[in-house]
Design a protein. Sequence first.
Length: 422
Amino acid sequence: MISENALKVLYRLRQSGYQAYLVGGCVRDLLLGREPKDFDVVTDAHPDEVRAVFRNCRLIGRRFRLAHVHFGSEIIEVATFRALTHGDEDDRLTGGGGRILRDNVYGTIEEDAWRRDFAVNALYYNIKDFSVVDYVGGMDDHRAGVLRLIGDPETRYREDPVRMLRAIRFAVKLGFTLHRSCSELIPGLAYLLEEIPPARLHEEIIKLFLGAYAVQTFEQLRHYHLFGALFPATERCLAQESEGFPLVFLIKALESTDRRLQEGKSVTPYFLFAALLWEPVRVKAGRLIASGVDELPAFQSASAEVVTRQIQRTAIPRAISQPMREIWLLQPRFERMKGSRPFRLLTHPWFRAAYDFLVLRAEAGEADAAVATWWTLFQTAGEQQKDMARDGLNYRQAGKGVRTRRRRTGRSGKQVKSTQDE
Ligand code: ATP
Ligand code: MG
């Protein structure tokens, strides 16, 4: 399962007199019999020396220089062994509170192992004799299915609080148990994520929620009080009503994301973000409407406010935030089914995504299931579209009405097949 190009890099380094190992996630995954996502190589050769060995090589990174060896679309990353200057030992390397801001000191393979996050991520596959090199007890943990930070857990979380998110992500993805010494600290340290640059948190969120284990990951993040550090406004809504439709809706959205990824289909991050932030938008818009603001401007201003707050915590690139807003702003327009409006909505570029979103809301019991059913019919009604637009929810087809049941409790929506399932 090792990629041919990774092997080429390992052998070439070795032939040139350097040490060469596979390291990190790929070794961990190979030992589980899983195909790795990508292959990371480490060596004692310095970046300039690596470049001298490979013609198809580019050096990247200012903070820490890495070599990228290009083979068509596959890139093998080659890093030089790095040492870590721990905690407060060296003020030049750490900001306040022991957070590592810079760690660009070359070291030995053993030093390289100790600076890594989890023991199972610090295993080295040696191309020289096909052995796995382990300085930190990673093999024992791997056999036992345990995820454990190397060294003192609190120090390691303080150095880089993102390790708390990585802990959840790996535990869920690998089916490993997070060691108690590492799990019990998380709720108390979750606030440290507030110091992390929004762009880095965005990248981590993508990995957390688009890795095909979003439901379990979400539940674990909430359990360890990490979700609130990433999505404070959403967490406040969920905390107020933990059994109601906000939670059901989110779980359904994440389930559909996971299902699609497991079936090898693509998912769109904007749909995911639209779901993650919908409840605060809905609540704020509802408040504005109650105070007399019209529906559309209410949703506009609620959307703007929620996005503005959220991007102070986690970045949301424009390519995601724009479609996300479109999806939100189209939701109230689905309620308007009469006259020319539904025909116009049908041709809106974001109709499809917004309709899928409406169906999820209806399934969660938050939107009127009859409205969702009406739109499902309307899309394929052909000649009957005019009648539907005349009668709205009172439309009757062959004696059967669209409105099968009125939403009184607001909780039990009729199941409507989602176009996301097609
Ligand atoms: P994935 O399957 O998600 O790629 P991975 O373990 O390869 O998992 P990467 O983020 O690609 O994760 O990092 C590669 C390796 O670099 C890790 O296995 C770990 O040894 C080290 N590493 C990455 N991030 C950190 C961190 N924040 N602190 C310490 N070591 C890290
Ligand atoms: Mg990796």
